[in-house]
Design a protein around this ligand. Structure first.
Ligand code: ADP
Ligand code: MG
Length: 268
């Protein structure tokens, strides 16, 4: 069990440049060992459109919506994620941290299995199989490398881009990448920061749940939040002590994620 906290900064916060509260509070809260994983889906969409590239989303039979990533989209995705990573690193370093931007490609930090075929549900509700494109599911994270980097007093900022087993670049989901990192490190906690206070059920934030309850609640959770709850479940199953979903917009997000109004998925 490491003392590391894995902090996911959602795309919703990146596009609003709203992560400054999180970074200020990282300094204030004195949290020692942490790793940042970021998202950026909305930014990828914005830049794709600006570059004249069609943006296509597909829906799985389970109802999970994801970006269809052809080779050009993969290149844009990587470019935009690098930009977001640099912005975050600049912001951290301006506050006295020593952060370094890494994607899964760098030193083979994060390896993923490419989804060769995707089963999707089309507009008429029919299932069909399509070419998988360049997306993958994270299978390996080099936790030794991350611990060594942290040991040097350097904060890794990880982009959700992975290395495929055939040497290709793959788009991976940011929430799931964060849970893979938290699992690999048996992290103290995974905190998924987003633009709402937590998992809202019947108009209220569900504050605590065990794994069994979380799997049950998942059925009632909508797009966006579903991946975060899955990430917390997978992190806890993978050996993290707890998974937290919290707002990154409150004044002291770290403090709030640990002690305030948020959703916690508890480990056994
Ligand atoms: N049950 C739920 N509780 C809270 N948020 C939900 C729920 N179902 C769907 N959502 C949506 O999930 C969003 C967060 O996911 P997402 O937009 O992907 O954020 P991020 O960019 O941080 O990954 C919320 O803003 C909300 O609109
Ligand atoms: Mg999201």
């Amino acid at each position: 069990m490491s003392k590391t906290s894995v902090i996911k900064i959602g795309g919703s916060l990146v596009s609003e440049s709203a992560y400054s509260n999180v970074i200020n509070d990282l300094k204030e809260s004195g949290l020692k060992d942490f790793i940042i994983v970021h998202g950026g889906g909305n930014e990828v969409t914005k830049y794709s459109k600006a570059l004249g590239k069609d943006v296509v989303f597909v829906t799985s039979p389970e109802g999970i919506r994801s970006r269809y990533t052809d080779l050009e989209t993969a290149a844009i995705y990587n470019m935009v994620m690098r930009k977001i990573s640099s912005d975050l690193v600049l912001s951290l370093n301006a506050r006295g941290f020593r952060a370094i931007g890494l994607s899964g490609i760098d030193a083979g930090l994060m390896k993923a299995e490419r989804k060769k075929r995707l089963i999707i549900v089309d507009e008429r509700g029919r299932k069909r199989a399509i070419e998988g494109g360049y997306t993958g599911k994270v299978k390996e994270v080099d936790s030794d490398l991350l611990l060594k980097i942290i040991g040097l007093g350097i904060t890794p900022v990880i982009s959700p881009v992975a290395l495929g087993y055939d040497g290709e670049m793959l788009n991976v989901d940011g929430d799931r990448a964060a849970s893979a990192v938290a699992s690999a490190l048996n992290a103290e906690r995974l905190i998924v920061f987003t633009n709402v206070d937590g998992v809202i059920i019947n108009g209220r934030v569900k504050e605590r749940m065990n794994l069994k309850e979380a799997r049950e609640v998942l059925k009632a959770v909508g797009p966006g939040m579903d991946k975060k709850l899955i990430a917390c479940i997978e992190a806890v199953e993978g050996g993290a002590k707890e998974g937290v979903i919290a707002s990154g917009k409150v004044e002291r997000p770290i403090n709030n994620a640990i002690n305030g109004l948020r959703t916690v998925v508890e480990g056994q």
